[in-house]
Ligand binder design. Sequence first.
Ligand SMILES: Cc1ncc(COP(=O)(O)O)c(C=O)c1O
Length: 453
Amino acid sequence: MTAIDRGRLAELTAREQEIFIATHPKSQEAFERADHLFGRVPMTWMNKKAGAFPLYLESARGNRIRDIDGHEYIDFALGDTGAMAGHSAPAVVAAIKYRVDHIGGLTTMLPTEDAEWVGAELSRRFGMERWSFSLTATDANRWVIRLVRAVTGRSKVLFHSYCYHGSVDESLIVVGPDGEGMSRPGNVGSPVDVTETSRVAEFNDLEGLERQLAHGDVAAVLIEPALTNIGIVLPDEGYHEGVRALTRKYGALLIIDETHTFSAGPGGMTRTHNLEPDIVVIGKAIGGGVPTGAYGLSAEFAEKVLARTDLDLVDMGGVGGTLAGNPLSVAAMRATLGEVLTEAAFETMIETATVFTDGMNQLFAHYNLPWSINQLGARAEYRFATPYPKNGTEAHAAADAELEDFLHLYLANRGIMLTPFHNMALMCPTTTVEDVMQHHAIFEQAIVELLGE
Ligand SMILES: Cc1ncc(COP(=O)(O)O)c(C=O)c1O
């Protein structure tokens, strides 16, 4: 297997950093002027970047982004899934404009009829009968955690190690060296020790899951059906059947977070893998770029919650937000689900992602690189390890920040944008095979330089 010469990697990264700085003076200036922003950015994670400063957005359409220095990028990051429908998809823009220009009413305290349409469509896709909306997937997760605790009377929620479900306190847990749960490194200001609220098991480890569930204090297992925030870690054959059987055996509810795994198809992995959750959470992509989130409850669970007249679901009991379900978000969801992220669109997106994956496999083989790639419908992600990791801890260990930074910078300097958090490439309905070929040509050029061939 070909080894990476670290000295050469450092030299090439320094060269790419110089090119980046020289060709983005306006972004650099904007960043240096941003004295009133915490960390100089609108949101601190925008400092997760390979370049010396973030690129400033001028405009975005479909899968193209333009920065304020006039460079255009083929965008495979797509807002880390928030723009899976493509930037400013015409149908979403039309729905927003209609609400803004013709009807009026961005936030009132009244429901709109679009909401039932969206609920019915989400039911058709994901199978849950009763839906409620939030503005982020994080909030949807927070609220369902409250509901499951209230109904089961149990205190803990179980997660996969190295999961990500938003900034949800309970989820910041990993499996420690002794096999037991511990706080995720870097956890900011946790209210209590996370092991008081949570349990954790490795992905694909049914024995570990059963050991944790056997304590009898788990209200729900809240998981992504494939890990997507630490590379794409796919479930082993039979894993999900095992999870469902164990949750039933130990009386825990099953919450499936489809926020990213929605890339698998119109009904996410819930549909492709015939999962039987009690609750589904989703966010980001379903609003076509407008802030939204949603959670769907099985009819049975919804009835149990509603029967609990002691729970304050309509005022200040801890579930809800003033702007959740606002007319603009709901109109955007209706347009995105009804006209953009359709069954036909998924077919094209998945075909394009397959071309991406096959091409990367060929490059890894040709250059004898010990790297591997996993595909989940419309998204693919490579890791600097082979075979591909099977759980979060392995995937975490396979990260290589130096290599990642070099590749991201090299690609960005040549008009290709990857998501800054990972080596993930997502296809939207307007991503073409030519775009993928362009990525591969530049990626190959980077490898040739790196290997000094
Ligand atoms: C699986 C999953 N759930 C929830 C979230 C949180 O989404 P948001 O940041 O929109 O709240 C994310 C964000 O990446 C996610 O990947």
